[in-house]
Design a protein around this ligand. Structure first.
Ligand SMILES: NC(=O)c1ccc[n+]([C@@H]2O[C@H](COP(=O)([O-])OP(=O)(O)OC[C@H]3O[C@@H](n4cnc5c(N)ncnc54)[C@H](OP(=O)(O)O)[C@@H]3O)[C@@H](O)[C@H]2O)c1
Length: 391
């Protein structure tokens, strides 16, 4: 590994520390070095908080070092625009007399895109870019931010658990706890870093899940979504218990709901339970059209969406090409019953980016190589942080 790669990888790892707190901003890391020695480092810690570059400069001063003449390795182009929560970073690097900036990738935000580089160069700073493979890793780090900026869509993770014989529930679809406590805790952590969780109505009917993030320090989760064409979700389902001012439960339904009497009565019970109902179109299979659902402003305002699908919803996501990442937990237990529903097969376009043993279960992460949020087959920040926590 050459020096640039070493420093940028260190900056990538630093950036990951902000996961779950910086969104909808991107995770960013910065390392200041002179003669191959790190003299300061920092990362964007939380939304509205200082960016990576001023954090690294402050760290440099705290170490009693001077940033003058140093090289700054940053995973993302330093910002140069005003009218935002924090002052721009490019002028800070210029004031600190940084000699060279090595960039992981450009910022797609039109207010920055190339302007940060131009401002640095105009001040006489030598700006260089990393090689394309490393740039792809820097982009993968911020895939949800890139996707949101370019396409106004959330980064979607499908998560499910399956037994050693490929079953996702017990005999006849009965409720079954497949994974152990360490894996369950990790799922709550992943939920806490998501804006929203989505399920199909059959999961509500079969498992009555709460879909909350429990046992976590900090949670961003504010929305639960049910795909329920005919409004079959019962108003006393536990998913509605957490509905309130801070957390909401949305049901997407289709015109089929009106043809499923007594529709008015069910609608008023669901509204009383705190649900918001949104009508969307159907796909050719008479199910809610996911494309239509994802065009709703509620979805385009999200950065991270976690879906906990049964096979039917997983199939629809694969068919629509809307799932960017899979987290599949495989346990050692077996059901040994043909009436238990089987997990859907992972399509061939998904590449494995990591395996991790967690308690008695194994987590495998996959990324969709065909998606517009795929840049490099590297483990996500969530996966890296989880693996480190287990060490
Ligand atoms: N092991 C795990 O990690 C895990 C995770 C989740 C669920 N499960 C299990 O999975 C089983 C349920 O699986 P499932 O496949 O029957 O149901 P599901 O995926 O939970 O829900 C499917 C239902 O969602 C509704 N839906 C609305 N729009 C849809 C769309 N575009 N695509 C697909 N479905 C859409 C449909 O009902 P309408 O036509 O009425 O709208 C459909 O029947 C349960 O036994 C549950 O315990 C296991």
């Amino acid at each position: 590994m050459n020096a640039t790669e070493h420093m940028i990888r260190r900056a990538i790892r630093l950036a990951m520390t902000g996961r779950g707190r910086v969104e909808p901003n991107p995770m960013v890391g910065c390392v200041l070095a002179r003669d191959g020695r790190v003299i300061g480092e920092g990362y964007h810690t939380h939304f509205g908080g200082p960016h990576a570059e001023p954090q690294a400069l402050a760290d440099c001063m705290a170490r009693g070092e001077s940033p003058a003449g140093a090289t700054a390795y940053v995973t993302l182009e330093p910002c140069c625009h005003v009218r935002k929560k924090t002052p721009p970073c490019a002028p800070r690097l210029i004031e600190a007399k940084i000699a060279k900036v090595v960039l992981g990738c450009l910022d797609p935000n039109p207010a920055v895109n190339g302007n940060g580089v131009a401002m640095l160069r105009a001040a006489g700073i030598d700006v260089s870019r990393v090689d394309p493979a490393l740039e792809a890793e820097c982009k993968q780090l911020i895939a949800p931010f890139l996707l949101r900026t370019c396409c106004r869509r959330p980064y979607v993770t499908l998560k499910w658990a399956e037994t050693a014989d490929g079953k996702i529930a017990g005999p006849g679809g009965s409720r079954l706890q497949i994974t152990g406590e360490p894996a369950n805790q990790l799922v709550h952590l992943l939920r806490s870093r998501s804006d929203a969780i989505m399920v199909g109505v059959n999961t509500v009917l079969a498992d009555d899940p709460q879909l909350t993030a429990r046992g976590v320090e900090h949670s961003r989760l504010h929305t639960r979504i049910i795909l329920d064409s005919k409004l079959r979700a019962p108003a006393n389902a536990r998913i509605f218990l957490a509905s309130g001012e801070k957390e909401r439960t949305i049901i997407f339904h289709s015109p089929a709901a009106a043809a499923n009497p007594p529709a008015d009565e069910r609608i008023s019970r669901l509204l009383n339970a705190g649900a918001q109902l949104i009508l969307r179109g159907e796909n050719p299979n008479d199910r809610l059209s996911l494309t239509d659902v994802f065009e709703h402003s509620l979805l385009s305002d999200l950065s991270d969406l976690m879906v906990e699908p049964g096979p039917a919803v997983a199939q629809s996501f694969f068919e629509s090409g809307l799932a960017h990442r899979l987290w599949i937990f495989r346990s050692a237990r077996r059901v040994n019953d043909d009436s238990a529903p089987s997990a859907i097969k992972v399509p061939s376009e998904y590449v494995v980016t990591g395996h991790m043993k967690i308690g008695d279960d194994v987590l495998t992460e996959y990324l969709d190589t065909k998606s517009d949020a795929f840049f490099a087959a590297v483990p996500s920040a969530d996966f890296v942080l989880a693996a480190e926590a287990l060490m």
